[in-house]
Ligand binder design. Structure first.
Ligand SMILES: Cc1cc2nc3c(=O)[nH]c(=O)nc-3n(C[C@H](O)[C@H](O)[C@H](O)COP(=O)(O)OP(=O)(O)OC[C@H]3O[C@@H](n4cnc5c(N)ncnc54)[C@H](O)[C@@H]3O)c2cc1C
Length: 555
């Protein structure tokens, strides 16, 4: 098998990725671990091994290699003071790489539980290790050096789904594009893959998954291996968007036994945002993916466990502990539950529109978006109050605002005061019985085709900004009438609950803020009735709910 060696992109990166621990660090680690003697050629573990320890070299050398389809790739060589591991070690996933001694030597082995304790209690070591683990993962992703090969096509939506799933879970992978790679036939023959089986995921150079579901990929990569589904958790959180991850970080860091269930990948809607510019502490903005990745690592660092691609299917709320049925058919018990399942913005059924999300297609009209379209034409789709508010607001800065509605008039769906303002504004043009038929552009949206539903004719507007204000659908269908919902299906909490909704409330105290009409079940973030659709408010609510969970657990 051919061998190649990965080069880290810069000297500074290499220093962060492969730091050397000093004598004091080594002493602290030795007191928490055990010594092991190694012979030349001894393999500590193979790629795909479960429950591997954290290993620090005292003497000798370790070589770290990955098998990437047809090539053995040396990722690193560690000498005295250097250590193994990257994010997978922390989140208890299978090892990505093989570790082998190239010389006789001695290492310190620290098991996973002890490593977590060390990270939580030794701030200095925690910083060095966390930085190295994250930078190593970033380098692996940048170099496509992982234990997964994805064979797909740019024209296949399942390829996009799997790319998104792997990327949003921070799992490095190599991608082979069938439409471009001439040598790909050899590769396919090797695994007996027909064109109809595309996309294919080759998992750890062993399993060949033909157009797998996200859950099948998660299982193959061991994302959820080692997570106990049976013992009663202090807190189960449903949804790993900003609200759920914040609750996990605060809950786990305050000593609660926390399990998070996530249907898809950590990050939620925020994970889909190309740049969040209004989140406190990030003056130059941060991509939703990066924010989510950091929050996920932070939650795991404090000991929260996150089940990926396994969502909640039903909440059995009339019993204690609560039981939550999950996608793999099992149930998980919980003393308290935080629902952070968010909402999904209604999207337009228009080809290619998703590729302009954040680059011309928006789902909210804040001051930030209004700056982006200052002096330009904007198109707002929707006839509800959110569309009306957006039109009035954007008309202050935009050159022209087109409001497209399918109906004959706004009167059925929008408040009278907004309709009057739209009618009085010289900048706003209402186009009834019309809809978007197509979008075009290169890196940014450039033109929008608008269809007149009366005549069927299509005109092109030079719109670089489309605001889709057609409402959000809360992820509450799975709740099965367990909790009080508002007329749009969002979960009602605290002071919003009416006396009728609290008719069966069993306690002398009223519901806490963010508590539903079931004591011990909370709702936070976009899924909550009356929420503000912001990352910061979701994070705030997730952290506040945890303080009430403590009180409920002591009741
Ligand atoms: C394109 C876009 C750009 C945005 N930009 C910004 C911005 O710049 N600034 C800003 O402040 N806000 C922005 N927002 C809004 C912000 O992302 C949301 O307000 C925020 O993500 C809400 O967080 P949440 O955790 O409540 O819900 P979500 O982010 O919706 O997360 C909910 C999670 O729950 C999971 N889930 C759903 N059902 C289940 C189930 N049954 N079991 C398990 N898991 C489940 C989902 O898969 C999802 O991961 C943007 C939103 C979008 C769509």
């Amino acid at each position: 098998m051919a061998t190649r060696e990965i080069q880290i992109s810069s000297a500074e990166r290499a220093k962060q990725a492969f730091p050397k621990l000093n004598a004091a660090h080594m002493e602290r680690l030795e007191s928490r671990g055990r010594l092991r003697q190694l012979q030349t050629g001894e393999v500590l573990w193979e790629a795909g091994a479960e429950s591997v320890p954290f290993v620090v070299v005292k003497s000798g050398e370790l070589e770290i290699t990955l098998n990437m389809a047809t090539q053995e790739t040396i990722i690193a060589r560690y000498g005295p003071g250097q250590f193994t591991g990257e994010i997978n070690l922390l989140v208890r996933r299978r090892a990505l790489a093989r570790v082998r001694a190239t010389q006789p030597g001695e290492v310190i082995e620290v098991d996973h539980e002890m490593l977590l304790t060390l990270i939580q209690t030794d701030a200095e070591l925690s910083e060095i290790l966390m930085r190295a683990f994250i930078v190593r993962r970033v380098e692996l992703i940048a170099q496509g050096a992982g234990d997964v090969v994805l064979v797909g096509s740019t024209h296949s939506s399942d390829t996009l789904r799997l790319k998104e799933f792997l990327t949003r879970n921070g799992n490095p992978y190599a991608y082979i594009d069938l439409d471009r790679d001439a040598d790909v036939q050899d590769f396919l023959d090797r695994f007996q893959i027909g064109v109809d089986d595309i996309p294919v995921v080759i998992c750890r150079d062993e399993a060949v998954l033909k157009n797998p579901t996200n859950q099948e990929v998660a299982d193959c990569l061991g994302f959820n291996a080692g997570i106990d589904r049976q013992h009663i958790r202090d807190l189960v959180i449903v949804g790993a968007g900003p609200a759920g991850l914040a609750a996990a970080v605060y809950g786990a860091s305050e000593g609660l036994d926390v399990l998070v269930l996530e249907t898809n990948s950590p990050g939620g809607q925020a994970g889909a945002s190309s740049r969040i510019e209004n989140y406190l502490g990030f003056p130059t903005g941060i991509s939703g993916q990066e924010l989510a990745g950091r929050a996920y690592t932070q939650a795991e660092k404090f000991g929260a466990q996150v089940m990926i691609a396994i969502g909640a299917k039903r909440l059995l709320c009339n019993r204690k502990p609560f039981m939550i049925e999950i996608d793999d058919g099992k149930t998980v018990p919980a003393r308290a539950v935080i629902i952070a399942s968010g909402a999904r913005y209604r999207k337009l059924d228009v080809q290619n529109i998703a590729q302009y999300e954040g680059t011309g297609v928006y789902y909210g009209a804040t001051a930030m978006e209004s700056q982006l379209c200052r002096g330009e034409d904007v198109i707002i789709v929707g006839g509800g109050n959110s569309a009306g508010q957006a039109a009035v607001f954007l008309a202050q800065t935009a050159r022209r605002v087109y409001v497209l509605v399918r109906s004959e008039a706004l009167s059925e769906t929008m408040s009278r005061y907004l309709i009057r303002r739209i009618e009085e504004s010289p900048t706003i043009e209402l186009q009834t019985r019309s809809e978007i038929a197509g979008v075009e552009g290169s890196n940014h949206l450039e033109r929008v085709q608008v269809r007149d539903l009366r005549t069927g004719t299509t005109t092109v507007l030079p719109g670089r900004h489309v605001f889709v204000m057609t409402g959000a659908i809360p992820a509450t269908a799975w709740l099965d009438e367990c909790l009080a919902l508002d007329e749009k299906g969002f979960i009602k909490t605290g002071p919003d609950l009416t006396s009728d909704e609290l008719a069966n409330w069993p306690l002398a105290r009223p519901p806490h803020l963010l508590e539903t009409n079931q004591p011990g079940v909370f709702a936070v973030g976009d899924v909550r009735s009356g929420n503000i659709k912001r990352v910061a408010s979701a994070v705030g609510e997730g952290s506040i709910a945890v303080s009430f969970v403590h009180r409920v657990l002591h009741e």
